[in-house]
Design a protein around this ligand. Sequence first.
Ligand code: HEC
Length: 147
Amino acid sequence: MKSKILIALFLGLIVSCQTKKETQRIKIVKEVPSNFQMYKTSEMAELMRNMLAKNKEVRTKIIEGEEIGDFNKEYIKIHTAKLTDSTDFDENFLAFAKYFEREHRALFEVSKEERKEQFNNAVASCLACHQVKCKGPIPRIEKLLIK
Ligand code: HEC
């Protein structure tokens, strides 16, 4: 039984962002109900994880001087994907999302010599929104920056 309680706690801890939200989600459960479901990832959280993974690939390609392909159209979902906390979706969010799209599109338009700088600008646009909306993943996103 103890291990199940630990699993429930762990699931509470790995969910998205701020500690504020995490503490709300962590409930000590004596019995794990039989219909116990895994914490469901929001569309936005899933998109974000993909973006982190895809940007790691692009980063490696830029460092190794390989071609980077085209702007990933999936990123446009940032304007519409459902969030874990729908109150995060406000004018600020939309403004940051526009800025994010512009900087990421630009990466595929600049010359090869400018790619490193533009990639860092694109990552900065991720960070700008996260500073305001979701501080938790910032250390993971910062690792993308090409020094
Ligand atoms: C317009 C605001 C905004 C932009 C731009 C943005 N994020 Fe996010 N990010 C969020 C929000 C809000 C969440 C929480 C999503 C949720 O829980 O539904 C999040 C969640 C995440 C997570 C955690 C997902 C999880 O596992 O729960 C990661 C990682 C992440 N973002 C990486 C990135 C990366 C990398 C970029 C840029 C390529 C980026 N974000 C751009 C707002 C943004």
